[in-house]
Write a protein that binds this ligand. Structure first.
Ligand SMILES: *[C@@H]1O[C@H](CO)[C@@H](O)[C@H](O)[C@H]1NC(C)=O
Ligand SMILES: *[C@@H]1O[C@H](CO)[C@@H](O)[C@H](O)[C@H]1NC(C)=O
Ligand SMILES: *[C@@H]1O[C@H](CO)[C@@H](O)[C@H](O)[C@H]1NC(C)=O
Ligand SMILES: *[C@@H]1O[C@H](CO)[C@@H](O)[C@H](O)[C@H]1NC(C)=O
Length: 335
């Protein structure tokens, strides 16, 4: 009963518009060493499928996260038994224990999203939530944008890079785009920046976070046999600012016949030029090890996929999908 009351109370609070929308936190994460190491939370998973809600009764994973009013807000991907994805909302005061809403806050609409909406990433700028997500129509994946001022009512803008194929190094070929990590601060040229893509990661500029320019290649899979990112790199969470530069956590994969292994890597980017890479990890900073991540009984074994990164009360917290089935968190080792 107690948890039901909490959920009802949470739902009531979230339905109200915020009179004074908070700004993104300007806190710089005190980064002593690069890469930042991570300790998996022993209480993982922090979110699992809920059999009492059909929209999230099969899988819950790939979470976006941000901090608002000293709480972590999370929008996560959930799948029903038909594997159609929607997004749920959860909040937490300590970053480890979450209260969830009983209903999804975003569900697939129209032909572009006919096979679901996937992998949300949210940034909060000037009181508006900007959410990138992948729309899948059964053939192509398209990175799309939606905005909201209350997390419940969303305006859709459709594909952000129509016709673009992130998987070729010149954008040509069959359309395919996904994984958009917006930097919630302005660049020296007065525009906003996004890192996005898989296999190749691109960047593009926008004057208003809605209209996006022509992408430029940022970096690609390493191609080095045996390295965690030999076959694929994919954008991770929206980056955060640290004392040494911008920390961009990305996902890397080794992919073979009947074999996939998604681990997590990091990029340190020049604070004054967010298109200039200072350092890139050669070794993964987090790999699948636990039964929820690497066991045979999960939707996709051998996957740790980072999508949420926050700085809450002097703690760096990384949220990630475990085996495309549950959600885990890891704490950054800042000392
Ligand atoms: C999916 O979208 C692409 C690009 O718009 C289109 O070419 C394709 O026919 C669509 N597929 C389905 C099954 O609707
Ligand atoms: C947010 O507010 C700042 C300060 O007024 C402004 O410069 C910026 O363009 C705004 N960004 C968006 C996306 O509205
Ligand atoms: C996955 O890749 C990482 C990084 O290369 C490696 O440490 C780990 O052993 C691999 N896991 C499996 C199950 O092969
Ligand atoms: C997961 O990793 C193990 C150990 O390397 C491997 O035997 C297995 O085939 C992998 N599973 C998948 C689905 O890639």
């Amino acid at each position: 009963m107690k948890s039901l009351a909490l959920i009802a109370c949470l739902a009531g609070a979230l339905a109200l518009p915020h009179p004074h929308p908070p700004q993104p936190s300007p806190d710089l994460v005190p980064l002593k060493h690069f890469p930042l190491a991570w300790q998996k939370y022993p209480g993982n998973p922090i979110i699992s499928p809920d059999p009492s809600h059909t929209w999230e009764d099969a899988y819950t994973y790939n979470p976006s996260a941000w901090v608002q009013n000293d709480e972590v807000y999370m929008i996560y991907r959930a799948q029903d038994s038909q594997k159609v994805s929607s997004f749920g909302l959860a909040t937490s005061k300590d970053g480890y224990h979450f209260n969830r809403l009983p209903d999804p806050i975003f569900t697939p609409q129209g032909s572009v999203e006919s096979h679901g909406v996937e992998d949300p990433r949210v940034v909060l700028v000037n009181g508006t939530y900007y959410m990138t997500y992948t729309a899948y129509n059964g053939t192509v994946a398209q990175l799309c944008l939606a905005t909201s001022t209350d997390i419940h009512n969303w305006q859709r803008y459709g594909p952000m890079f129509p016709g673009f194929n992130v998987r070729s190094t010149d954008g040509s070929g069959t359309e395919w785009s996904k994984s958009g990590a917006i930097l919630p601060w302005k660049q020296p040229n007065g525009q906003y920046l996004i890192y996005f893509g898989e296999v190749n990661i691109w960047y593009a500029y926008s004057p208003d976070l809605v209209h996006w320019g022509t992408p430029t290649l940022f970096f690609s899979n390493s191609g080095v046999a045996g390295q965690f990112d030999s076959d694929l790199v994919e954008a991770g969470p929206p980056p955060i600012q640290t004392s040494q530069g911008v920390l961009f956590v990305f996902n890397g994969a080794q992919i073979g016949t009947n074999y996939k292994n998604y681990s997590v890597g990091e990029l340190l980017v020049d604070a004054n030029d967010n298109t200039r890479i200072l350092q890139r990890t050669i070794q993964a900073v987090m790999t699948p090890t636990t039964p929820e991540e690497a066991g045979a009984n999960v939707q996709t074994p051998n996957v740790t996929f980072a999508e949420g990164l926050v700085y809450l009360k002097n703690k760096a917290l990384l949220y990630y999908g475990q085996g495309d089935q549950t959600i885990g968190v890891a704490t950054g080792v800042l000392n």
